[in-house]
Write a protein that binds this ligand. Sequence first.
Ligand code: FAD
Length: 327
Amino acid sequence: MKECSSIRVGGEGDLVVVKSEEELKEAVMHAKASGLRVHILGQGTNTYFAEDLSKYLFIKPDFKGIECNLLRATSYLLQAASGESFDDVIQYSVDQGLWGIENLSRIPGSTGAAPVQNVGAYGSELKDTFVSSRVFDIEENLFKDLLNDECNFGYRDSFFKHNPGKYIIVSITLNLTKEFKPTLGYKPLDTLVGKENLTPKDVRDLVTATRLAKLPDWKKFPNTGSFFKNIVITKEALEALKVNYPNIPVNEVVGGYKVPSAWLIEHVAEAKGLKVGDIGTWEKQPLVIVNYGNATADEINAFASEIQRKIEEKTGIKLEREVNFIS
Ligand SMILES: Cc1cc2nc3c(=O)[nH]c(=O)nc-3n(C[C@H](O)[C@H](O)[C@H](O)COP(=O)(O)OP(=O)(O)OC[C@H]3O[C@@H](n4cnc5c(N)ncnc54)[C@H](O)[C@@H]3O)c2cc1C
């Protein structure tokens, strides 16, 4: 399974690629009959695996298709199958001149996984345009539609994330618009404010250039993107933190103050660019953990735990992992 993980870590496992709803049902039936747990695999860009995977059947939905229809006036419904790369969906949407998902450009992975952690970047999240999803309910053995409200979306969070093995996402429907609606609150997109004839493509191009400059290409430096989530703390916790770390950058958000985990890794754990054996944090973005050779899951877990331990010891803050570890 290491070839199915963008950080290239994992032992052997049984994988079935399904191309139709009928094949999906059959694969789930096979898992149930064999007493195996179902794990749904997208492109593995947010996942790494243990060595012993004998209790799993990995099912990879390979459904294809992107379609866009006018809903009313300037509003469009875009439907995309779970096996499409999410970035191809964004390219399609940008080509049609539609606003809504351009800030999410270049997030790797499949369309089916995008709602699972409510992918987000540069001030946009999938939930902002998400209408519904067609899913297969593994327990009830039937296909159904789930609406946005039913998915409990939050920051890098959803119902799907808390209930793995309940639903398999078959397709998603997004509401996009031709009305001029850029989201430019985040750096460096704020440099586009006031630009004449701004298009979704302009935003996509700037996001692309920014990401290329900051993040390692996982095909050359295997990684899973941000390993930890950013955290939101209370005003009291922030004041306590500022006693020892007066320069900590924070953003006021709903429910408290958002502290960048990358800053804590750099300044509290002093782990920016740190390498232990084949594992290390990326010099330009320490939130990213890179497998520089033949790292194992145990090594990644030990490295990540040590960062968490140092930060908790010095600040009381426990970083939460964003990445899926399948064991
Ligand atoms: C370099 C890099 C940069 C990244 N940047 C960002 C970023 O800016 N923002 C962000 O939010 N994420 C980011 N990520 C994380 C990653 O791209 C997303 O989490 C993406 O949605 C994962 O897609 P995937 O298909 O690879 O999912 P996988 O890793 O294969 O799966 C992730 C989870 O989704 C579940 N899943 C997958 N497909 C389905 C399905 N069809 N039905 C039900 N469950 C399913 C899996 O079981 C698993 O729990 C980055 C990753 C990398 C490597």
